[in-house]
Design a protein around this ligand. Structure first.
Ligand code: NAD
Length: 293
């Protein structure tokens, strides 16, 4: 705990959604003070409420003690002020929607405020870190820290090394990931990194198979679970990630890597346009409105 607290004492997490709240939770678990920022106080507060719910469930499962829950919650605060969130922090982790313009506009606002040695990390699934840091002061402090959903359970962190990332920045991120109890891998700054690029291929193909009537969503998922021992089928996983998030990743990879392989299927576009964003919206390839699945 004290070792990790020295790695980073204060962290700002930008975006309190699916990923941001979980990242804030695991950062606070290392002993760091964490400020969770979102565009409205309500959204930021909702992130803290989700952390409380995760921890309470963890107590019921015997994974978390009530003392740990209180200590983590005591280290967390929620704000709708970007300036307050990043004031004198050692590390910023950005987890806002997968749009280059949005992410860049946040980093443009942050760069002049934070210290020149503050680590600036993005949880982007697919956007090259070099594109996020292009033209920004001190690009050596930028890197990717790509977490997986649900963050407090999934063990992997992809630490993305951009051409300009300093070695000590990558080393600190690796050590911090370990302090969170995660297994870091260091990957080159290539669109979609090691995980999203590969995972998306399976997800998009499963959606095309559903479009073509090859099998039902349940049976496509079952094929991968029972035939290939995947813990979750690709359509259920797309529901968990968010159809909107996966569409944005596909669009980035279609533009950056290959327009044919990563071309988003029409069914994915249609479901996103209908507001069927997956589990978080109550409907995706499966219906969650009346169940807790
Ligand atoms: P989300 O839609 O659940 O959450 C995004 C949050 O950002 C929302 O709370 C929203 O209010 C907030 N937000 C929007 N604009 C903002 C702004 N200008 N400033 C501050 N907050 C703002 O999205 P998510 O699934 O958490 O994805 C966030 C990032 O994490 C994306 O880059 C995504 O690609 C990446 N990611 C997602 C997953 C996943 O499984 N969902 C996994 C790994 C990485």
């Amino acid at each position: 705990m004290s070792e990790s607290a020295r790695l980073v004492s204060t962290v700002a997490v930008l975006g309190a959604g699916t990923m941001g709240h979980g990242i804030a939770q695991v950062c606070a678990g290392t002993g760091a003070i964490v400020r969770l920022y979102d565009v409205t106080q309500t959204a930021a507060d909702a992130g803290i409420a989700r952390i409380d719910s995760n921890l309470t469930k963890g107590i019921k499962r015997g994974k978390v003690t009530s003392a740990q829950r209180s200590a983590i919650l005591d280290r967390l605060s929620a704000t709708d002020s970007l300036e307050k969130a990043v004031d004198t922090v050692d590390l910023v982790i950005e987890a806002v929607p997968e749009r280059l313009d949005l992410k860049r506009s946040l980093f443009e606002r942050i760069c002049p405020i934070v210290a020149t040695d503050t680590l600036l990390a993005s949880n982007t699934s697919s956007i090259p870190i070099g594109k996020l840091s292009e033209g920004m002061a001190h690009p050596e402090r930028f890197l990717g820290m790509h977490f997986f959903n649900p963050v407090f359970i999934q063990p992997l962190v992809e630490v993305v090394r951009a051409d300009a990332s300093a070695d000590h920045v990558i080393d600190r991120a690796v050590a911090l990931s370990r302090a969170m109890g995660k297994e870091p891998i260091v990957v080159r700054d290539s669109p979609g990194f090691a995980s999203s690029r590969l995972g998306l291929v399976l997800g998009l193909e499963a959606i095309r198979m559903l479009e073509e009537g090859v099998a039902s969503a349940e049976d496509i998922d079952k094929a991968m679970q029972l035939g290939y021992r995947h813990p979750m089928g690709p359509l259920k996983l797309t529901d968990l990630v968010g159809l909107d998030v996966r569409l944005a990743i596909a669009e980035t990879l279609a533009a950056e890597v290959d327009p044919v392989r990563f071309n988003p299927p029409q069914l994915l576009r249609d479901l996103v346009a209908q507001g069927a964003h997956g589990k978080k919206s109550g409907r995706g390839f499966y219906n969650y409105e009346d169940s807790s699945s």
